[in-house]
Design a protein around this ligand. Structure first.
Ligand SMILES: [Zn+2]
Length: 269
């Protein structure tokens, strides 16, 4: 059983436009190109053909006005046998409590935040309000970590910032995407390995220059704090699976990474 903790898809009617604008944002990184047409149906086809049994959908509210629609899309996917959608909050939201209540009522257990897309550093106090609420209501929070091609000059969420968030919110289940920091593996080893913070493994197969450091992170980080993920459509799921399978990890640690840790966060039976 494999659960992919980080994928993206969009409502069918919006997928062509969303993919066109995301592709433009990613143009600075030649390694990143899409493997689906952006729809849920195409994501499911690709993921199932790679041997993935369930996928978390990381929806993101990139502005406060979109927040309700983004969460309604997540709620429309809830209860699906394949997808586990996440909600999202925007730091300027005036309806965080009611949005979290709506998500909770639909059985959604987590939210996704993307500091680069909302133009705020992860250390900004506006994020702390979201983290406090999530901590209080038992939501886990997935946050983009490290470089994003939309903001190549300024990394909005560094490994050191994640470590500081965890200190301020010790009861929060915090997931740092892309192994704790895309293109920031050395800082992850310094600040995050061995902490309570979950790391998702997405985009590892896209980072040949950091392969040794990423393998070291897999071996040295807590077995109960690693989550297999692909970032579909932005990576090839089969290559992401192979990266974990070829890292020299014990069968027991792989089982935790591919399935058990995610099942626990998602409250799957
Ligand atoms: Zn992503």
């Amino acid at each position: 059983m494999r659960i992919d903790f980080h994928t993206h898809c969009f409502p069918d009617a919006l997928a062509p436009r969303a993919m066109a604008s995301l592709e433009k944002n990613c143009a600075a990184d030649a390694a990143i190109h899409p493997h689906t047409d952006g729809t849920a149906g195409d994501a499911k086809r690709l993921l199932q053909s790679a041997g993935i049994d369930r996928a978390v959908v990381c929806n993101i509210a990139t502005n406060a006005k979109q927040e309700t629609n983004v969460n309604s899309f997540a709620i429309s996917m809830a209860g699906d046998g394949f997808f586990s959608p996440l909600g999202s909050l925007h730091p300027d939201s005036v309806q965080m409590e009611s949005e979290l209540a709506r998500l909770a009522a639909a059985g959604i257990r987590g939210i996704k935040l993307h500091p680069d897309y909302v133009g705020l550093l992860l250390s900004d106090p506006r994020f702390d309000r979201i983290f406090s609420l999530a901590e209080e209501r038992g939501f886990f929070v997935v946050v983009h970590a490290g470089l994003d091609p939309i903001s190549p000059e300024l990394v909005h969420a560094t490994p050191a910032m994640f470590a500081a968030v965890q200190k301020r919110h010790p009861r929060l289940s915090l997931v740092a995407a892309h192994m704790g920091g895309y293109c920031r593996a050395a800082e992850v080893l310094e600040h995050l390995v061995g902490t309570d913070i979950y790391l998702d493994t997405s985009l590892s197969a896209k980072r040949p220059e950091e392969k040794e450091l990423l393998t070291k992170i897999l071996h040295e980080h807590r077995t109960d704090r690693l989550l297999f993920a692909t970032d579909t459509p932005w990576s090839n799921p089969q290559k992401e699976i192979a990266f974990i399978e070829n890292a020299g990890l014990s069968a027991a640690k792989q089982e935790r990474i591919f399935c058990q840790n995610a099942a626990e966060l998602l409250h799957l039976a």
